[in-house]
Design a protein around this ligand. Sequence first.
Ligand code: ADP
Ligand code: MG
Length: 252
Amino acid sequence: MVIELQNVALTYQSPNGEVEALKEISFDMEEGEFVSIVGPSGCGKSTLLSLIAGLEQPSGGTVLVDGEAVSGPSQKIGFMPQRDQLFEWRSIWGNVTLGLEIRHQNTPERQAHVRELLNRYGLAGFADKSPAQLSGGMRQRCALIRTLATDPHILLLDEPFSALDYQTRLSVSADISQIIRQEHKTALLVTHDISEAISMSDRIVVLSGRPAVVKAVHDMGHLRPLTPMQRRNAPDFRTYFNLIWEELDVNG
Ligand code: ADP
Ligand code: MG
């Protein structure tokens, strides 16, 4: 297993008292799997990603990555945040190699890898441009390539498309999920968009309201051969949508 969560709990200590965010979360992820987490706002989804990324320590249970207890941030994990966070004063090249610079890994081999990613995903001609000259979709690709530059084998995505309008979201989510599969990464996506989760994932974990527990797990492995767009038109789509909608609604 690439990721194993066993009875994970996290209670934040804040000046106003304790906030119980997660309670007894257990699930596993296999190599190359794409799992989505959906749950009501404030239920602890970002907290869950912070635990896997080693930015928080659980107050109960264990978090294992590649069979080892997580004790801090690791090179194995790449994080794609809510907004693309590209720096306007840096070129596209400067942006996609930023992670390498910060980690003092801006070597010719790594740079060649980044150049290859830009080529493969149609951004080679934009290396010298500034982020403002790119469409929303291309900016997201850049953000993903910047994350891939340090060669993590696990990707954590925290509502990465929420700043995009609906139409852009549809094509960008399809695009990004195709790249993630092509690069054979294990991916964990947090989203509040049920359709997005169904269109992108092999499995969906539904969390309850805070403190979060796993309310349901849906295996969508049989949809794997379909593209995100094809999934949206598949007969199963509405069935899953309605099911998850109800699961999210009951406990708020
Ligand atoms: P989600 O991503 O599902 O919207 P979060 O994981 O961000 O939820 O937060 C879960 C709960 O924990 C929320 O009630 C939030 O206010 C609280 N929380 C998050 N981070 C902290 C923190 N550092 N200190 C105290 N409470 C926090
Ligand atoms: Mg969040």
